[in-house]
Design a protein around this ligand. Structure first.
Ligand code: ADP
Ligand code: MG
Length: 265
């Protein structure tokens, strides 16, 4: 994969106009303060259209807070958040999800008593709101084909008619990501998807994210360094709310500050 890899371009290397056009989401001079404690202090941060980006850093570094800011769950204390080049600093999270941000939280939230297929049916956009269609339970042939194709990609075809309660932790995580994917979000935020997974499930999760790469921008927060290496993506290192380094894993690993603060422990 190294063959096709482009150099990692940091936001500092672009003009402001360049940032606004190149980045799907872009933070400028952003702080988030909780009761006087500065949880986030970001100079510049941008995620390119359809980029896969990994965010690493020690516990309490501000990784989840950064996702909360991007998804609109947490308000900025100061600064600007740009989405598709537009300043949307004060948009509510429901609005953000309508605008194309899919958020995967640390614990899976699937419907236990529904089958894998039914969970995916419900995840089709507008399905929950479209009461009449929902009552009649009509999924079009196109929608069914889309669901079957997706189940195939995430290795859940055999579990199609199984209630979600019987899935393994890893399968649930894959199901939940699939549910988000059905809404075709511009950006997927995935917080620690490998937490609690077996080695085999971790590898499958990495494959799933690699498979989705290029179709959505994806921001993955992760601790597991083997997993991060497997993704072969641009990495942002957060430490004490600030961006400490950005680049591909080789550069990050060679950065003495990062090794000292995080990797070396
Ligand atoms: P990470 O995900 O990197 O482990 P977080 O973003 O969850 O870190 O937290 C960053 C810091 O902000 C931590 O010190 C945490 O205690 C604090 N924090 C996060 N959310 C809140 C909140 N809602 N209220 C107060 N402090 C918070
Ligand atoms: Mg976190």
């Amino acid at each position: 994969m190294n063959v096709a890899r482009k150099p990692f371009v940091r936001p500092q290397e672009l003009s402001r106009d360049g940032r606004l056009t190149s980045f799907l989401v872009y933070l400028e001079a952003v702080t988030v303060v909780f009761d006087g404690f500065k949880a986030l202090d970001i100079d510049l941060f941008g995620v390119y259209h359809n980029e896969l980006r990994v965010v690493i850093g020690p516990n309490g570094a501000g990784k989840t807070t950064m996702c909360d800011v991007i998804s609109g769950k947490t308000r900025l204390t100061q600064g600007k958040l740009f989405w598709h080049g537009n300043d949307i600093g004060t948009v509510h999270d429901i609005a953000m999800s309508r605008m194309g941000v899919g958020r995967k939280f640390q614990t899976p939230s699937v419907f236990d008593s529904l089958t894998v297929f039914e969970n995916l049916e419900l995840a089709i956009p507008n399905r929950q709101r479209d009461l009449l269609r929902n009552l009649w339970g009509k999924t079009t042939a196109d929608e069914e084909a889309k669901i079957r194709q997706l189940m195939d990609r995430v290795n859940l075809t055999k579990q199609s008619d199984l209630q979600a309660r019987f899935l393994s932790h890893g399968q649930r995580q894959c199901l939940e990501i699939s549910m988000l994917v059905l809404a075709e979000p511009d950006l997927l935020l995935v917080d620690e998807p490998a937490a609690g997974l077996s080695d085999e499930e971790t590898a499958l999760m990495a494959d799933l994210l690699l498979e989705l790469r290029g179709q959505h921008a994806i921001v993955v927060i992760e601790h597991d360094m083997d997993f991060v290496r497997r993704l072969d993506a641009g990495v942002t290192v957060l430490n004490e709310g600030k961006i400490m380094a950005e680049g591909y894993m080789e550069e990050i690993q060679a950065n003495p500050e990062v090794v000292e603060a995080y990797l070396g422990r």
